[in-house]
Design a protein around this ligand. Structure first.
Ligand SMILES: Nc1ncnc2c1ncn2[C@@H]1O[C@H](COP(=O)(O)OP(=O)(O)OP(=O)(O)O)[C@@H](O)[C@H]1O
Ligand SMILES: [Mg+2]
Length: 391
């Protein structure tokens, strides 16, 4: 198949009421690779435009029925890409300028003695038209790609939020056993005191028991509230100003209540006034995971006389940093690159999902923060994280 038949030839519509000029124009473009239509009146030109359109309209300004400027407007209204060149006399240069204002590509002056000039102008008009069409095609293609990317991004954000939430819910399963234990002592206290009240007639004692019941109930309420605020979905929570020291203390309390921490000594060095623009819930999730890992490492390692978990936080150069250091058994150097991968765990089945650090990493990345293992060895591990204050 030859290449000419692949793309249709550009359609050039010539309009002039003087048969001689029309003949000259035909001759000018005879050898050019265009499809030519030549008509002598404005109304014929209008019907060609309506039926087939054209790519370039080369029209005389003065036609007996419809003026060249009217044709120009009709062509632009039909298809804004149609390029129009107006033929005009020296005397009506002003009309030529009006034509340019109305969107004409160019004008040529009568008498038509420079054939090359006319050909060049038509070629340039076609070049501009091709460029305009190509640009539009590219823009459409780009915006289509853009939409695809936007919806892929939205989908991945949704999946990420779901993953973070499901890690938290899975974590709550393991936290819940500890919490149930924590709730059971004040609950037994409440039950015992309530039974004692049933048999007690001394109003002063009854009053004292009742006060204790209120105390115990408050403890239970606090525990339940901590857990329910932790389990809340981050998508339902707004970004607020979060004070890091409070978040870390809450996370520490939650871990203390939920894991066996007998052999662990906690130490905190938290600077006051570390504010971040974040979701409390997500920040809490970061520290619950890091502290829980530290406690689990110390428990597994069981150093002489127990081990320490030290949590520090401070700020420097517009960055808030925090550190969770433990005296657990450390992480073998060849395993360090794996620990942030989802589902990487060395814990027994049913104990760890291997999602903790992955979720920590995802949350921090969301806030343009970073986390790394600063040092790990037989004396323990230090996780260090940084979050820009602007979030
Ligand atoms: N402080 C630490 N000391 C030693 N090893 C650690 C420490 N923190 C993490 N690890 C190692 O990294 C692995 C992955 O940790 P991650 O928190 O992602 O999952 P997990 O603790 O195993 O399970 P999950 O957090 O879901 O309960 C752990 O199994 C452990 O081998
Ligand atoms: Mg973990």
């Amino acid at each position: 198949m030859d290449s000419a038949s692949a793309a249709p030839l550009p359609h050039l519509l010539l309009v002039d009421d003087e048969p001689v000029i029309l003949q000259i124009l035909r001759a000018v473009f005879q050898e050019e690779p265009y499809r030519l239509t030549a008509v002598g009146t404005g109304s014929e030109a209008l019907s060609v435009l309506a039926d087939q359109g054209c790519d370039v309209l080369l029209t005389d300004k003065n036609l007996p029925d419809v003026s060249g400027l009217e044709l120009l407007k009709a062509a632009k209204a039909k298809d804004h890409d149609i390029e129009v060149i107006v033929i005009t006399g020296y005397g009506s240069l002003e009309t030529a300028l009006t034509a340019m204002e109305l969107g004409a590509f160019d004008y040529v002056l009568k008498p038509l003695n420079n054939v090359f000039d006319i050909r060049r102008k038509v070629r340039q008009a076609l070049d501009r038209q091709n460029m305009t069409r190509e640009n539009r095609r590219l823009v459409a293609h780009l915006s289509e790609k853009n939409q695809e990317l936007e919806s892929a991004l939205a989908e991945s954000q949704k999946l990420q939020a779901e993953l973070i939430q499901s890690e938290k819910l899975a974590g709550i399963g393991t936290l819940a056993a500890g919490i149930a234990h924590e709730v059971s002592s004040p609950l037994f206290g409440v039950m015992g005191l309530a039974e004692a009240i049933l048999d007690e007639h001394d109003p002063a004692l009854v009053n004292g028991y009742a006060r204790d019941i209120v105390e115990y109930s408050r403890t239970i309420r606090d525990i339940v509230m901590e857990l329910s605020s932790y389990s809340r979905s981050a998508t339902t929570e707004y970004l607020t100003t979060v004070e890091l020291a409070r978040v870390i203390e809450d996370a520490l309390r939650l871990v203390e209540r939920s894991c066996p921490v007998d052999g662990v000594r906690f130490e905190t060095h938290l600077a006051e006034g570390l504010y971040l623009h974040a979701r409390t819930n997500e920040m809490q999730q970061v520290f619950v995971n890091l502290i829980k890992n530290a406690v689990e490492a110390v428990n597994e390692n069981k150093p002489e006389g127990g081990g320490k978990v030290v949590i520090s936080a401070g700020t420097s150069d517009g960055v808030v940093w925090a550190e969770v250091a433990d005296q657990g058994g450390g992480i073998p150097a060849d395993r360090v690159p794996l620990i942030f991968d989802p589902f990487y765990t060395t814990k027994p089945v049913g104990k760890g999902t291997g999602l903790g650090l992955n979720v920590v990493y995802r949350i921090l990345t969301k806030y343009r923060g970073a986390i790394n293992v600063q040092s790990t060895g037989p004396d323990g591990t230090v996780f260090r994280l940084r979050i820009p204050v602007q979030g």
